[in-house]
Structures are given as C-alpha cells and as structure tokens.
Unconditional design. Structure first.
Length: 343
C-alpha cells in the first residue's frame, strides 16, 4: 500500500500506485493547487479510480481529484448535492468553488458527469455554471446530467429549515440546503426527476402535489409553487441539452477504454448507514453509494483512494471522539476556524 500526500490531506490507495509530488509550504498549498508541480511522475495506472473521504469531510478530495483529473477522460459525481464544497485552483491561482459540478472541470479534455444519485438544485447549478463560464471554462459538451437524478427545489430548502427549527436543542446540524428533504421525496416516491422536465404539464402537476404534501405538514412555508413552475419552464430549455442517460454513457465510456475518475462527496463518517447516525448526511458517501449512484459495477473499479488528514475537522453537530481541547485546541481553532482533532 503506497501513501499519496496532497495539500493538507493524505490519500491511501488500496493498490500500488504512483506517488504525487507535493507543493512546498502549507501557505502556498492553500493559495494555489500547484497543479503543474503536483503532476504524478508517471501516469496513474487505474482505468477507473474512486476518490472518497474517510473522515467527516474537508479532507482535500477535490484537490486530489483536480490533480488526477488531468489524466482522465470522464470525471463523475455519484451522490450528495450542493452540500459538498470542493475548492480548486487553476495554474494562475484562480479559485473555483464547486458544489455540484465535478472537480474535473478544469481539464478541458474531460467530460464531467452528474450521476443519478445526486440531487440537483437547478438554479444553483446554473449559478455555478455561469461563474465557471465567466472565468473562461466552457461547459458545452463537457457536462452531462443524469435524466434520473432527482430535483431539489427551494421547497426542500424551506422544509429543511423548518424541520431543523422544530428540533430546537436536538438539531442534527443540517446545511439547510434541502438535501435531506430531497432524498426523503425520492424515498417516498413523490419526488421529481430531471427527466420530468421533458413534459412540463406533467411536471407542474407533480410539483403541485409535492408542494401540497409539504404544506400540509408545514402550512407557513414561504413557498410559491406557481412561481417555481413558471421558473422551471425556462430552466428546462437551458438544462435539457446537458441531460442524458449517464448510466449508458459511463458504461460505454469504460467499455471503449476511456479512463473514469469518480469523485465522492461528503465522507464515510457522514454515511447514513455507516456514519455517526443520526448526525450524518442523507446519502451514502462510502463505496456503496458510488455503485448505486452511478450505475457502474464495482468489478470495474481498479483503485479506491481514501483521503484523510492528520488533524481532522468536523462541522455541524454530532460526536467527535478525537477532538482536541485545552490550549492546543484553542490555538488550532483560531487558525483553522473550527474544532480540530487527531486521526
């Protein structure tokens, strides 16, 4: 087992691989990704590589994916939503904050895939796309969205906030981005999928039903379903050119010899089944979520990289067994801006 060091994190690969060169100096590693200096000395051998977080997030997955993506034809997201934040930099030090778009977006030769396991807030996706295009990153023909991905509406965000307010002193620590309610809609089978945008009349009927269900539980929600229906008529025209059957696409890409890099969101200790339940996210950020959220068989995975960092951090509520207290803990919190702990 060979150790890969990158930025503030460490990555352990489950089979021998090529070590990555690191930037000198922690300050520089935060300022730019040093993409040129961190290129693998040799081509990374795995045709299909999965990058996962092994702690509570913020391990540096996005930076590692950004480096590896320069050697891959396809970079894919399989689960989560805009509750995942990956920050990458180009060779000029320009910062890109990504939430839904995969971190391979700076590799102009890569196709970026949002799989069906992701919940998609369309206005947020458009904002992210617009920011990328303003910085010169072209997405036409390079971004694909699964027709089976579930839609996350502003309604879900309002429900998220209302549920958290109800919990009072027992808050879970949600990001209030609507992720949990969107997955709840999926599980109760009254959610809407991207493919529903192909029939706007049926879409409107389904969204009204979804809204009625939510308002029956939270009558005071500040949500205008008719305004959202009107907005999505415009969103549909803009989004549908990016929509495809990503299961077929990614399997065909693999079978034709293309290299696929899969980017996990959140981290294993936030997994709804394996994490510190109930203080977890609403999806499976572990390897099982990659399989079910992308539709690629695990037998096709050549490498699985688990990213960790020496001083862990955790945001939100929930147990944190290795948290550092005392003078050292206070000093680290002043520098990092959040509680830290040891591996």
């Amino acid at each position: 087992m060979q150790l890969h060091r990158q930025a503030a994190g460490q990555a352990q690969c489950m089979r021998p691989a090529v070590a990555l060169r690191t930037c000198s100096g922690a300050k520089r590693s935060r300022a730019v990704s040093c993409r040129a200096s961190q290129q693998p000395a040799e081509r990374f051998p795995a045709q299909v590589c999965v990058v996962l977080g092994t702690q509570w997030g913020d391990e540096g997955k996005g930076k590692l994916v950004d480096i590896l993506a320069q050697q891959y034809d396809v970079v894919a997201r399989a689960q989560g939503g805009a509750n995942a934040g990956h920050t990458i930099y180009d060779d000029k030090g320009t910062k890109y904050a990504l939430h839904l778009v995969p971190s391979g977006v700076l590799n102009q030769g890569a196709t970026n895939v949002i799989g069906h396991g992701v919940v998609v807030h369309v206005p947020g996706l458009f904002e992210e796309m617009a920011e990328l295009e303003e910085k010169g990153v072209q997405l036409d023909g390079r971004l694909l969205v699964s027709d089976r991905a579930h839609l996350l509406f502003d309604l879900h965000k309002e429900v998220d906030g209302a549920r958290e307010a109800e919990l009072a002193g027992k808050k879970i620590g949600t990001t209030k981005r609507g992720i949990g309610p969107a997955y709840a809609s999926k599980a109760t089978r009254n959610g809407l999928r991207v493919n529903d945008l192909r029939d706007l009349e049926s879409f409107a009927e389904k969204l009204r039903k979804l809204s009625a269900d939510a308002l029956a539980r939270f009558p005071e929600l500040p949500y205008d379903v008719e305004a959202d229906i009107q907005a999505y008529q415009g969103y549909a025209q803009k989004l549908l050119p990016f929509v495809t059957d990503t299961i077929e696409y990614i399997n065909n890409a693999h079978d034709s010899g293309k290299r696929v890099l899969i980017e996990g969101a959140n981290a294993t200790m936030l997994d709804i089944d394996f994490g510190t339940y109930p203080f977890v996210t609403s999806s499976n950020p572990s390897i099982g979520g990659i399989v079910s959220g992308l539709g690629l068989a695990p037998s096709k995975f050549d490498a699985i990289i688990g990213v960790a960092k020496a001083y862990t951090t955790r945001v939100g509520a929930g147990p944190y067994p290795t948290e550092i207290f005392g003078d050292l803990g206070e000093k680290v919190r002043e520098v990092r801006g959040r509680p830290c702990g040891q591996v």
